[in-house]
Design a protein around this ligand. Structure first.
Ligand SMILES: C[S@@+](CC[C@H](N)C(=O)[O-])C[C@H]1O[C@@H](n2cnc3c(N)ncnc32)[C@H](O)[C@@H]1O
Length: 406
């Protein structure tokens, strides 16, 4: 029998490529798929699999190109529609993604992966009711898997079904024995529902997935209906504290997201760096062309590696994903030059040092924040209470701080 590298039979090459692909050898799989295209340039299966491979590598343009070519040959094939939908979702073309994923499911209803992708795309579009239906169906198809239960728990919580959300989160937890990352997310959700102990922070994987899904509509929503004001408020408080917009400081925008905060900080910065957990938020920030460097990392892991590197570290609407602010404030202080500035917002609550709200963000007692800041070597310079934005029609009460490193 001819080996895959010498055979010219497209079907044999395709099978060999798929085997390498399944084994995780993407380079070998790609070579074999491309050999198929040499013999049969329109081969829809080769294009479909090259599309999947491109998506796995984060090459969204390649995924779109190949899935389009597969569908041009066979517009009715469910798996091609499913992969096209997944590629469109990656590209943030959510309405088109939903149409393709629905078309795939109409032809192959028991496809749990496509149901999951549909639930995610609908959620990113803000259609909570339809996302819930897709996630209920995915969880029914894969009753033993933790991920669909966790996704279902989130969808139920967003739909206001706290008891149903808790039941699904418990089910996810019970199925996550050997998956500590998923177990931590289920426990975090249960804590937000008032069941179980409050963890010291939101799990990084939860924050990353949340903002990866939110990235395509983040700016439109925040600057539109939600009236997001934190970056401008922080810049105003910095000006009051005497930090003038002289483009003189090395500035770090912690949790930079899509760069709304970077826009407000840029007039202060000789050099502007951004850091975020979410690759999709960072991709939006990169498009702005505003930052000298962007880093994908958890702030608690990254800051200790940059001692004394910045004249200003700012965090707009970021520290509400952390409960215990002690480690973050110490890390921020450590990354500042002596006399450098820290500027950040928190969602304000009174009583407990911190509390986890139903919206899965932490609120902090401003007096406790100042005590932790003092322990970290950060002295208060200016402070203000403010509404940070609206949520479900109500203002979100916040506190803004500017401190300087002693
Ligand atoms: C509400 S957005 C704010 C984005 C931006 N600062 C602004 O004002 O538009 C919060 C951002 O903080 C990031 N974030 C939250 N916790 C983080 C952490 N521990 N490390 C790095 N980034 C984090 C999220 O990924 C998200 O992009």
């Amino acid at each position: 029998m001819a080996s895959p590298s010498t055979t010219r039979d497209p079907q044999a090459l395709l099978r060999a490529g798929a085997a390498r692909h399944a084994a995780g050898d993407l380079a070998a799989a790609e070579r074999l798929y491309r050999q198929v295209l040499k013999a049969a340039p329109q081969d829809p299966n080769a294009h479909n699999l090259l599309g999947v491979l491109a998506r796995q590598r984060g090459d969204v343009a390649g995924a779109l190109r190949h899935t389009e070519r597969a569908l041009a040959q066979q517009p009715e094939t469910a798996i091609f529609l499913a992969n096209r939908g997944a590629a469109l979702a990656e590209a943030g073309r959510l309405a088109e993604a939903v149409a393709a994923l629905r078309a795939a499911l109409a032809r192959r209803p028991e496809d749990a992966v496509t149901l999951r992708n549909l639930g995610q795309a609908l959620c990113a579009l803000g259609d909570a009711a339809a996302a819930l239906a897709a996630r209920e169906a995915a969880a029914r198809l894969l009753p033993a898997a933790p991920e669909p239960q966790l996704a279902l728990a989130h969808a139920r919580r967003e739909a206001g079904d706290a008891a149903g959300a808790a039941a699904a989160a418990e089910a996810a937890l019970a199925r996550s024995e050997d998956r500590p990352e998923l177990a931590a997310q289920a426990e975090f959700l249960l804590a937000a529902l008032g069941r179980g102990t409050t963890p010291a922070r939101a799990p990084a994987a939860y924050v990353r997935d949340l903002f990866d899904q939110f990235a395509p509509r983040f700016e439109a929503e925040l600057t539109g209906a939600l009236g997001y004001a934190t970056p401008a408020l922080l810049a105003g408080l910095l000006a009051e504290a005497g930090v003038v917009p002289a483009r003189a400081l090395a500035v770090l925008d912690l949790g930079c997201g899509t760069g709304l905060s970077g826009v407000a900080l840029a007039p202060l910065a000789r050099r502007l760096e951004g850091l975020d957990l979410s690759p999709r938020m960072l991709a939006e920030a990169r498009r702005r062309g505003l930052y000298h460097a962007l880093h994908e990392a958890d702030l608690l892991d990254w800051l200790p590696g940059r001692p004394g590197a910045f004249g200003l570290v700012a965090a707009a609407d970021v520290l509400n994903y952390l409960g215990d602010l002690g480690p973050a404030l110490a890390a921020i202080a450590g990354a500042l030059v002596p006399g450098g500035w820290a500027a950040f917002s928190v969602e304000a609550g009174a009583g407990a040092p911190f509390a986890l709200g139903e919206a899965m963000r932490f609120r902090h007692d401003p007096a406790h924040v100042l005590a932790l800041a003092a322990a970290a070597g950060l002295a208060p310079v200016a402070q203000r209470e403010a509404s940070l934005r609206t949520e479900k029609g109500r203002p979100v009460a916040g506190a803004l701080f500017v401190l300087s490193r002693r």
